[in-house]
Design a binder for this molecule. Structure first.
Ligand SMILES: C[S@@+](CC[C@H](N)C(=O)[O-])C[C@H]1O[C@@H](n2cnc3c(N)ncnc32)[C@H](O)[C@@H]1O
Length: 238
C-alpha cells in the first residue's frame, strides 16, 4: 500500500470520531482558528479547500460569504462523506439552496485540476500530512489564478518554554490516550503528535511558500503559537 493510500485509510478509520475529538480536545479553539483563517481571505468566486476532511473550513467560508462555490479535495472518502452531510444540512438553510460544494477524491500533491482553476486556495491542518510539502504547495500555486491567495492553517510549535512544556505533555500523553480510547485506533493520534512535532512552522514554512513562487508571504501565530495561519499570493505575472 503506498503512502497516500495509508493516509486516506488512516483518516477513513477515525472519520466518525474526528469532529467530536477535534472540538472536544481543543475546547473548541479549533473553531476560533478556522474563523480567523477565513477572516484572512478576500471574497472570491471559486475556492479550492485542500484536504477538506469533514468540511468545517468550507462551511465557515460559505457562512462568511468568502466564496460563491467551493471544491474540496481529499484522500479520505469517509471524511468527505461526513463533510457532505454537514454541507447539505448547512446549504438547506441557504436561500438559493443550490449545491455550492463539490467533493473530489484526490491527492493534494498531484491535483486533478487544470492550471489556474481557482481564485483562492485554502488548507486547514492538511499540509503536515503531505509526504512532500513543496509538492503540495507547488500544486496549490499551479491551480491558483494569478493574483489569487493561498491561506493555510496548521499546527505549530509554541515559542514560550512554559506553553511548550504543557503542549508537549498534552500532545504526547493526553491526546494519544484519549484519541486511542475514543477512536479505537492505536496509531492515529500518535501519528498526529509525531506529524506535528516533525513539521516546520513560522519563518521556515513561509520560506517554503516563497520557494514555490508565492509572494507577500507572511504568517500569524494563534493561541501562543499552537496554530499558525500562513498567507501567500500568486504574482500577477505568473
Ligand atoms: C486533520 S484533517 C483536516 C480536515 C479539515 N481540513 C479540518 O480543518 O478539519 C486532514 C485531512 O487531510 C487529508 N489529507 C491528508 N493528506 C492528503 C493528501 N496528500 N491529499 C489530499 N488530502 C489529504 C486527510 O484525508 C484528512 O481528511
Amino acid at each position: 500500500m503506498d503512502e497516500k493510500q495509508q493516509i486516506g485509510q488512516l483518516f477513513d478509520r477515525i472519520a466518525r470520531t474526528y469532529d467530536g475529538l477535534n472540538h472536544g480536545l481543543s475546547l473548541n479553539i479549533d473553531k476560533y482558528w478556522r474563523r480567523r483563517t477565513v477572516a484572512q481571505m478576500k471574497p472570491a468566486k471559486h475556492a479550492l479547500d485542500v484536504a477538506i476532511g469533514t468540511a468545517d473550513l468550507t462551511i465557515e467560508i460559505l457562512r462568511r460569504g468568502k466564496a460563491e462555490k467551493v471544491t474540496g479535495l481529499d484522500l479520505s472518502d469517509q471524511m468527505m462523506a461526513i463533510g457532505k452531510k454537514k454541507v447539505e444540512k448547512f446549504c438547506s438553510g441557504i436561500a438559493s439552496g443550490e449545491t455550492k460544494v463539490t467533493f473530489v477524491h484526490g491527492n493534494a500533491q498531484e491535483m486533478p485540476f487544470e492550471d489556474a482553476s481557482f481564485d483562492t486556495v485554502t488548507c486547514a491542518f492538511g499540509c503536515r500530512n503531505f509526504s512532500n510539502l513543496d509538492a503540495g504547495l507547488k500544486e496549490m500555486f499551479r491551480v491558483l489564478t494569478p493574483g489569487g491567495q493561498v491561506t493555510i492553517l496548521e499546527f505549530s510549535y509554541p515559542s514560550n518554554q512554559f506553553v511548550r512544556a504543557l503542549y508537549d505533555f498534552y500532545f504526547t500523553r493526553v491526546l494519544p490516550a484519549i484519541g486511542r480510547m475514543v477512536s479505537h485506533d492505536k496509531t492515529a493520534y500518535t501519528y498526529l503528535n509525531k506529524s506535528v512535532k516533525s513539521f516546520c512552522w513560522g519563518e521556515a514554512f513561509v520560506q517554503h511558500l516563497h520557494d514555490v513562487g508565492f509572494r507577500e508571504e507572511h504568517f500569524m501565530p494563534l493561541t501562543f503559537g499552537i496554530a499558525t495561519i500562513y498567507v501567500g499570493v500568486k504574482p500577477l505575472n505568473r
